[in-house]
Design a protein around this ligand. Structure first.
Ligand SMILES: C[S@@+](CC[C@H](N)C(=O)[O-])C[C@H]1O[C@@H](n2cnc3c(N)ncnc32)[C@H](O)[C@@H]1O
Length: 278
């Protein structure tokens, strides 16, 4: 019985892979055709089933969850989003660039990491209207501090209004300007190794620079979270070679060999890598 179910799920997952490949204009045609021929006739369940299996047999046909819209709605319905964050999210949804905001499940994970670290001193690079920074500020202790780096004054106006509304503005030190310059001046001010947590969600071509600066600012045992490491799936497609994709791909590759940190790439939102400084 259980074997039948397992086989059924397995074939569904392969179907999903085939459908994905066939829908992608960039994948090699020969490979797509090979997949489709092998699979037609096996594909008895709708391709919306939420499983994927690694192509490489060495992973033992392990089935992992691939979110469908319905399953993601379920995930979101299990997020404990504070009312003030919901208000900010709803206001931001009407603004230009709203897709840049982290998702509620991501914000909850960031807040959880901050709490697990008992973090007091945090940094965010890329604030926009403040959703992720507010999630962090809300869980910081009264003595805590979040340095919020953002260049855009319009979006910062929204963020600052919500810090006030939430009663956390005393915990947030907004640095308006180019984030790399702000981080460099913090290092020059002798703030090295004094931060517990950092979150990077800004210009993708600067990821390596931000990471190097933050490694100086974060203490041993502190955590740096990098957002968008899966970059809408483009990082795994060898046919996609625009500057941002190459930059994130190179960053991910370099991080794999970086002995200064322990890492975990998590497929949440657009992908986040959690790095713990050794
Ligand atoms: C993806 S959004 C941040 C979203 C935010 N973390 C949230 O959850 O709402 C990226 C932000 O980074 C800012 N940004 C991009 N490049 C920057 C730079 N060099 N210095 C400072 N801010 C920058 C943009 O203005 C934008 O608001």
């Amino acid at each position: 019985m259980s074997t039948g179910l397992a086989l059924n799920r397995c074939s569904v997952s392969v179907c999903r892979t085939a459908v994905t490949l066939l829908n992608r204009p960039t994948v090699s045609v020969a490979r797509s055709l090979k997949f489709s021929r092998r699979l037609i006739g096996n594909c008895s369940i709708a391709p919306a089933d939420p499983y994927v299996v690694a192509d490489d047999d060495k992973y033992g046909n392990k089935q992992v969850i691939s979110l469908t819209p319905r399953l993601y709605d379920y995930v979101l319905s299990n997020v404990r989003e504070p009312k003030i964050l919901r208000q900010l999210r709803e206001e931001t949804s009407k603004m230009r660039g709203s897709q840049m905001q982290v998702s509620p499940d991501q914000a909850q994970l960031l807040a959880m990491l901050v709490q697990m670290l008992a973090a007091e001193r945090c940094i965010e690079v890329g604030v926009y209207t403040g959703y992720s920074s507010l999630a962090v500020a809300l869980v910081l202790p009264e003595s805590g501090c979040l340095v919020a780096c953002e260049r855009d004054s319009n979006s910062l106006e929204v963020a600052k209004r919500y810090y006030e509304l939430a009663g956390v503005s005393h915990k947030v030190n907004v640095k308006q300007g180019l984030a790399a310059e702000s981080l460099k001046s913090m290092i020059q001010n002798g703030e090295g190794a004094s931060y517990d947590f950092a979150f990077v969600d800004a210009d993708k071509r600067m990821y390596q620079d931000y990471f190097e600066l933050l490694l100086q600012l974060v203490r041993v045992g502190g955590v740096i979270v990098m957002d968008n490491v899966l970059w809408h799936g483009r990082v795994s497609d060898p046919m996609v070679n625009d500057a941002k994709t190459i930059s994130i791909r190179n960053f991910n590759k370099k991080l794999m060999d970086d002995k200064r940190v322990s890492i975990s790439m998590v497929p949440i939102g657009d992908g986040m890598t959690i790095c713990r400084k050794r």
